[in-house]
Design a binder for this molecule. Structure first.
Ligand SMILES: [Cu+2]
Length: 108
């Protein structure tokens, strides 16, 4: 496989950036969540930026149990969710309301 190639599946996700001291993690929600696993930095305030694009399945009903978050995302748009700084080794999990789709963010 050439190194410049992008793939939806198992390549390392490049969806985490730090802007003005805040960590931004971008997650797509449509028929599940992508990427399913994100690697982020611990001990920095974080925003989860969830993008829907014609999302009419239950991945628009998002819950993040560890921060008590629950919302119905708009069918198309960007929803920003503030995540308090997480400890190193913490894993944040997002789920659809029925628990069939999920994603994880690992903080290192
Ligand atoms: Cu579901």
């Amino acid at each position: 496989m050439s190194s410049g190639e992008t793939s939806e599946s198992n390549t390392k996700a490049d969806n985490v950036s730090i802007i003005d001291g805040k960590q931004i993690i971008e997650i797509g929600a449509k028929g599940g969540y992508a990427p399913k696993v994100s690697i982020a930095k611990a001990n920095i305030p974080t925003i989860l930026r969830v993008q829907t694009r014609g999302t009419f399945d239950c991945s628009s009903a998002l819950t993040i149990p560890s921060i008590g978050y629950r919302a119905n995302l708009p069918p198309s748009g960007v929803t920003e969710i503030e995540i308090p700084a997480q400890k190193s080794g913490a894993t944040l999990q997002g789920l659809c309301a029925m628990g069939m789709y999920n994603f994880k963010v690992q903080f290192n």
